[in-house]
Design a protein around this ligand. Sequence first.
Ligand code: GLC
Length: 455
Amino acid sequence: MKHLSHLLIALVLFITPLFSQNTNEFTIASEKGDRMEWWTEARFGMFIHWGLYALPARHEWVMSNEKMPKKAYEKYMEYFNPDLYNPKEWARLAKNAGMKYVVFTAKHHDGFSMFDSKFTDYKVTNAPIKRDLLKELVDAFRAEEIRIGLYYSLIDWHHPDFLVKDPIHPERNNQEAISKDGQRNKKTFQKYLKNQLTELLTNYGKIDVLFADFSYPQKENGKGKDYWNSEDLYKLIRKLQPQIILNDRLDLEKEAGWDYKSPEQFMPQNWVTYQGEKVPWETCQTFSGSWGYHRDEFTWKSPRQTIAMLIETVSKGGNLLLNVGPTARGVIQDEAVERLEATQEWMKYNSRSIYGCTQAPEEFKTPDNCLLTYNPKTNRLYVHVLEWPFKTIYLPGLAGKVKYAQILNDASELKLDSKKGAWLDDVKEGDNGLKITIPVRAPNVEIPVIELFLN
Ligand code: GLC
């Protein structure tokens, strides 16, 4: 009997590491806390969509939207000469706005490489600008201590081996191009993805984030993990940059070949979950609807809306990746700068309610017209007041739980012993809310924040 139990224990001890080794290959970040630490602390990054599509200036999908043949689109390479490109300026803008990481389009769906790749001629070093723009960007952002992320499109509308019979391909209605699909070699294309990813993940130093884009296997003739050979790509990525944080668009959902969910131009109602579990997530958002520079797009969110979006994202435990689409001269347009500067102004006084913060514990109910964030390390709760109420703010569930309160932007005390109402006391028996007296005049910041030091 005793022998048998010893044998069993030995067997279990032997078998367990085998299994954990196996699952280690694909492990999502919630189980890999260390790797994700800087990212959850950071909360705020800059997305940059920049490529040939800045020239037509009517959406980065222009090639597909207008069903442009490859030849017609290729001409933009001859004119791509961003003479005003100054990535140091971009990096300063991002830094000042409080952004802690950048994600740059090394290659978008049009297949044009914004870096010097050995595996294609369709690249920035062959355009009139003749420089590795990615390299310059990486250097400039790193100099500002901003972490580096790369966006890499799996979709490639330029590569000759990429199947054209595809619901979003620019030449999807071109029978002649489709008829050549039989000669297109999937393996060659897969090798190309590997080669380019290898270049990106070896030639530019430490890469902190990879944003691969995107899979659509659910669509008829769509493409997913089998087409990209995602499992091999995943292994390659992890091998070359073990600490890299990877998005969820390689179509390796079930295999857990991803670190965070990436809802796009969408504000989730709650913390994003996978199989019922809260997972790391990041929403990427545009200022104006288009990712690439779009001259005639006028649906700009207001500066206040973008700040509110950042707060709301953090209040649900997520990150915000906010996009700019520079012009083909290499300039971030005024509307975007204006919004980044408004964010800078707000962050200067209020970033403490963003960095390292997350969703508030459930016991704290959100007050009317407010958004809550919480810093678990300092045990402080942040009340973002979207509509400054008259004279008192009511904080449900907080009676007896706050030891000190202040307005964040000027650290001015808010007394906790709020007076009873002069006309009538409308606090009900057994109410566990806290009423704090606030100044009638709202603080002079876009969205005021009250900082509560909890017991
Ligand atoms: C989509 C679009 C693309 C954009 C990206 C950002 O996948 O195809 O144009 O780059 O989302 O998340």
